[in-house]
Design a protein around this ligand. Sequence first.
Ligand code: XMP
Length: 516
Amino acid sequence: VVLVVDFGAQYAQLIARRVREARVYSEIVPSTMPVAEMLAKNPKAIILSGGPSSVYAEGAPRLDRSLFEAGVPVFGMCYGFQLMATTLGGTVDNTGAREYGRTPLTVSKPGSTLFEGTPAEQSVWMSHGDACSAAPEGFTVSASTDVVPVAAFENDEKRLYGVQYHPEVLHSTHGQQVLEHFLYRGAGIEPSWTMGNIIEEQIAAIREQVGNKRAICGLSGGVDSAVAAALVQKAIGDQLTCVYVDHGLMRKGESEQVEKDFVAATGVQLKVVDAQERFLAALAGVSDPETKRKIIGREFIRVFEQAQAEIVAEAPNDHPVAFLVQGTLYPDIVESGGGTGTANIKSHHNVGGLPDDIEFELVEPLRQLFKDEVRMVGSELGLPEEIVHRQPFPGPGLGIRIVGEVTRDRLDLLREADAIAREELTAAGLDREIWQCPVVLLADVRSVGVQGDGRTYGHPIVLRPVSSEDAMTADWTRMPYDVLARISTRITNEVADVNRVVLDVTSKPPGTIEWE
Ligand code: XMP
């Protein structure tokens, strides 16, 4: 493992991903972790991330010198670089000369371990106030900028390296190459982290954890639960039962995708609960968004619990159902405090809001993985492309895309409009560029139109294409007018009661991605 020591800000996750892109397994640890504990993990290398502090600020995170004396290769970036410099006796000044953004870098030692084969002039991403003016003893300076005399240093004998910039961001044109040079050349690591290895390791771990007991998994139709279920199925076969609650709020073809394509691809044992009537009845007369969400969450839990009870009742003499499979991802784990060890936690609301009070041991085979890795594992396991590259879709489904009361007719209408929009976006090759495109029915709004020779009084459909990295912020996607025109023409022609298509041009904030 390569440890990425997190000094705050958002950099550590990105670095960890870049290391994995270099096919080396990485894990993030907080900078507050004692050095002895880091070394106990037997890391093949340690990377120190950037961070928001100045090394001179009061209370700025520090590192014990012993980290640099343990014989483990270390690579410091930005704050990590400055910390390395000051800890080992170099000089970092608060010069007041700041560098932010894209900056030209001059490589002064072209054949060096870090810069071998990269151009003498390259563009890097800087973000710092302090600057290193003298490298520690025993280090060679290998790059500089107009502002910083020491922008990179190397000590091959001790296998310690550092750069002032952020090699992990794409704006640093040779960043990935420099990182790989550190891993392969500096630290002598063989790249071996592949999806095939992950799958094998996880299958062994799942078998060991579950033994001969049984497990259940709630399928939401989303990528994470599907890949988690497929992996567990591969490990324990029919000891796993998947439960799919068909609440009638899915988009066109999605339930079939789970019931047919997913089962065909994985051979999973699936229990489908048709709960459409139940959800419609519970939602009757309700148009307040929060109330809708609560009702959908509550009904989901009830149906899931009932299904679980049925699974036990159908084979009471079989081994107990003791495990719940969840598609928790690595970013969830990091964000909730790092979490080493899988304790007997109560289930969090990962798959469409599962109950808080059911006592299962969790099986979380994706807890080491980033989203793009989960997709790769899914492909490797043979899951259909439509599942593996599915855009995010909210647990409450179309229930929160009908502004107004949810009825069967309105759901059918919205399903048609949504299917047309998706079809056209896919045909235009926009699926990867657009993060997601909610299609919303303003059921309580009517406007006047004209179709054929007659006046119409129909509902508007809103298109909400957004571009985003993580759904926390988003911008509306500037998509081609001709694609918008095709979607509009088709929806107004093919979907009864819709006579207007409008485009939502609001970023998030202030608007959210969904309308409810
Ligand atoms: P908002 O509307 O808050 O959405 O900007 C951010 C992202 O979250 C999705 N979303 C949900 N996903 N259960 C989910 O699993 C939910 O209740 C839910 N509400 C919103 C939304 O589609 C977007 O990707």
